[in-house]
Design a protein around this ligand. Sequence first.
Ligand code: ADP
Length: 199
Amino acid sequence: MMSNALSQDVVERIAVVQGDITQQQVDAIVNAANESLLGGGGVDGAIHRAAGPQLKQHNRTLGGCKTGLARSTPAFDLEKRGIRRIIHTVGPVWSDGDEDAPLGSCRDDVLLASCYHQCLELSEAEGLATVAFPAISTGVYGFPKHRAAKIAISHVLGWLAGHQLPQKVIFCCFSQEDADIYRQAIDTRQKWMSSRRQR
Ligand code: ADP
């Protein structure tokens, strides 16, 4: 019974929202950056524009970030909106090709899971209660969206089950279609969890 209650508590600590990640009211936002950490297109460009030029200046001192790892920085102009930190992570460019391979069986799956893990670890270390993630790697980097959502959700739920921080994780999807993919993946997982409880 204890583990059932815990599972439900954990599910209540995640939420899916549709919108611009720079507009979220959270302690930290995650950036799907590239290895230079100096800005790019997509969500990276939006975050750099909203944080202002100081972010790029600061990131020049960091010496980049390898794929699967993460770096935390101040939020600069985004601090006016209550965002304390930006956690930059570099997702894998989808290169395995076989979208139907078992989940977790390819290197890109492991690297994507590592991005989530590193961001959650930094959030905990910095005492950040609320964190918003974009759908890392699913834009220009071409990671299949359903597969990426399953990895994100299972990794975040697994982390939350064993950790107090962050208290809440928001999956911030830019499009309605992406938000639906996340909601469907959470729904499927909850059904799977309750079918296991009934055994
Ligand atoms: P990657 O290079 O990791 O694929 P992208 O920025 O190209 O990163 O895309 C990652 C995801 O971020 C995509 O789902 C894209 O639609 C989404 N995205 C783009 N701009 C924003 C934004 N302002 N807020 C939230 N998500 C965004």
